[in-house]
Design a protein around this ligand. Structure first.
Ligand code: GLU
Length: 295
């Protein structure tokens, strides 16, 4: 793709309908792109076939359309195997024969610290997973929303899997390669993916390419303090309620939309939101409790 000064993206997984937490993520990346005269792309994260719910991609795109989002194009991870393979071949990887249980027994967080890299593996009868030899341990970056972020990557995320034993590409490999190949300049997404950003920066560094800028907005927690997610059965968002739900998404993002816009036509709300977008107003916290019951 042609280089541009700003190209953002929203990357839903097609494993269910969009909920209010997804609307916040879509809104944050969209506003940041539009307010900077940038492009906004959709990437469908359908890399793991058993997790794909039939019809979910269409439903997601229809819902986004119903909420007034406009995008430059849609990219499907399931159609990009050749790019992932080419990147994989450039990276410093090693085979790992450890079972999930062995990994978690050694470190309950699931971080991998190079067992198969250091001990020549004896169990070669089964296909291995492939892990990344981390190009560097200490990493830091300036998060556009959360400020300075630092990580000792050996500790966590550790030496993560780039290609699973069943041949499925690891999420960090696919995501990092997509940011590079799509020419993404800004990744605005939820704070649950902060550690994913450190992992993906390692892949990008291993490929000797410059990383995009990252910004992580606060996650929405329900009244019980649980993150809104498909797994926690968060309510799907409804384009019939677009203005009201969008208003609440702007509110979560600290944009202080005027109360009278709650019932304004959606296009009026978007116009206001793009014109008044203020990245620095997004609370630099990792999560916010929000009474989405009224959203
Ligand atoms: N598809 C993943 C998710 O929905 C990743 C999103 C992203 O990288 O922005 O959590």
């Amino acid at each position: 793709m042609q280089p541009v000064t700003y190209r953002g993206r929203f990357a839903p997984s097609p494993n269910g309908p969009l909920h209010f937490g997804s609307l916040v993520a879509a809104t944050a990346s969209y506003l940041d792109a539009r307010a900077h005269q940038g492009e906004w792309w959709i990437r469908i994260d359908d890399i793991d076939p058993p997790r794909v719910v039939p019809g979910a991609t269409d439903a997601i795109l229809r819902t986004l359309e119903g909420f007034g989002f406009q995008w430059h194009g849609v990219v499907f991870q399931s159609q990009r195997h050749a790019l992932y393979q080419a990147a994989f071949e450039q990276l410093d990887v090693y085979p790992c024969y450890c079972s999930r249980r062995e990994v978690f027994t050694r470190d309950p967080s699931g971080s991998y610290h190079g067992f198969c890299r250091m001990h020549s593996p004896l169990r070669r009868h089964k296909p291995p997973a492939w892990r990344l030899r981390l190009p560097y341990a200490a990493d830091q970056f300036h998060d556009l929303i959360q400020g300075l972020q630092q990580c000792n990557c050996h500790h966590a995320p550790g030496e993560f899997v780039l290609k699973r034993a069943d041949g499925v590409w690891g999420y960090h490999l696919a995501c990092a390669v997509d940011e590079i190949e799509m020419g993404i300049t800004h990744v605005i997404r939820g704070a649950d993916l902060l550690y994913a950003s450190f992992a993906q920066r390692q892949v990008i560094h291993g490929l000797k390419r410059p990383p995009p800028a990252y910004g992580h907005h606060p996650l929405v927690l329900n009244r019980e303090g649980i993150k809104l997610s498909k797994r926690a059965r968060a309510q799907p968002i409804d384009p019939k309620q677009a203005s009201r739900q969008l208003w609440h998404a702007l509110d979560v993002l600290g944009q202080q939309p005027p109360a009278e816009l709650k019932s304004a036509p959606m296009q009026t709300l978007w116009q206001w939101a793009i014109q008044h977008y203020h990245r620095a107003a997004i609370p630099p916290v990792q999560a916010r409790t929000y009474d989405f019951g009224t959203a």
